[in-house]
Design a protein around this ligand. Structure first.
Ligand code: NDP
Ligand code: 8X3
Length: 255
């Protein structure tokens, strides 16, 4: 018997992939999503082989309302009993000052981090309401709590996630659905590779001289939140590397 069903967006790398692993190890059925189909299929195969997990890969772009509605609306009855939704898919693009940044990057960040989260939530939450139970965990960021140089629109998108988490919690209060947020500081995933558009040296520099968070640190926190008894809601968890005191204060060693 499975422990429950989780849908995690952005499972093709980083936090999402680590979240898929931990929930598979705990006996959950998994709906894993992302745009890179080959990665989804490889992850599905590995989860089945190593954890005997039941896995459904759904390939869609969270920015497309149509794709989101078709993918989630088309779920067979056995997959519609989603207990945990992790809104994790997201990205930063660029770290330039606001007067120098590329407005196309702004659109991509806002469409992914804000509209994507909303489209997926809009499609999944009615399934939870029908069962009067569920847990929604939004992946925010320290950038959604504090501004930092060059963070501008990425930060704005994560401030929006912070606000939406609070507002969704109020909307879903009558339905016994928990709405939670995990807000991490610097974590070494593909995040900086994407942010710096494939410039791997620039991405490596971000994590040099200190111990960043690992994807598994965030996955363990998500598991902790989801596995609390039904009467306990962890509203918000800010998780930082010990070497990072705020969005803009990072202690790096010389060597
Ligand atoms: P990764 O780049 O490793 O993973 C991002 C995931 O999001 C990928 O699986 C990617 O899948 C998916 N994704 C991106 N855009 C879309 C899209 N349009 N449609 C569907 N899926 C999409 O980064 P992280 O794991 O670090 O990031 C996960 C979340 O954590 C993000 O929301 C990020 O903002 C947040 N975060 C990251 C921090 C960090 O320092 N790493 C710190 C704080 C928060 P694919 O490309 O296959 O579509
Ligand atoms: C990612 C962390 O500080 O690079 O959300 O914005 S940060």
């Amino acid at each position: 018997m499975s422990s429950g069903t989780i849908l995690v967006t952005g499972a093709t790398s980083g936090f999402g992939e680590a979240i898929a692993w931990i929930f598979a190890e705990k006996g959950y059925r998994l709906i894993i999503t992302g745009r890179r189909r080959e990665r989804l299929e490889a992850l599905q195969q590995a989860l089945v082989e190593r954890c005997s997990a039941e896995v459904l890969p759904l390939c869609f772009d969270v920015r497309s309302r149509d794709q989101v509605e078709k993918a989630i609306g088309g779920l067979e009855a056995t997959w519609r009993t989603i207990d945990v939704l992790v809104n994790n898919a997201g990205l930063a693009l660029g770290r330039d000052a606001v007067h120098e940044a590329d407005p196309d990057d702004w659109s991509t960040m806002l469409e992914t981090n804000v509209m994507g989260l909303l489209y997926v939530s809009r499609a999944v939450i009615p399934l939870m309401i029908a069962r009067q139970s569920g847990t929604v965990i939004n992946i925010g960021s320290i950038a959604g709590k504090e501004a930092y140089p060059g963070g501008n629109v990425y930060s704005a998108s994560k401030f929006a996630v912070d606000a939406l988490t609070k507002s969704m919690r109020i909307d879903l209060l009558p339905h016994r659905i928990r709405v939670c947020q995990v807000a991490p500081g610097a974590a070494e995933t593909e995040f900086s590779h994407v942010r710096f558009k494939g410039d791997s040296e620039k991405a490596r520099q971000v994590y040099r001289g200190f111990a960043p968070l690992r994807a598994s640190d965030i996955a363990e926190a998500v598991w902790f939140i989801a596995s609390r008894p039904a009467h306990v809601c962890i509203n918000d968890m800010v998780i930082m590397p010990t070497a990072q005191a705020s969005a803009a204060h990072l202690h790096k060693s010389e060597h």
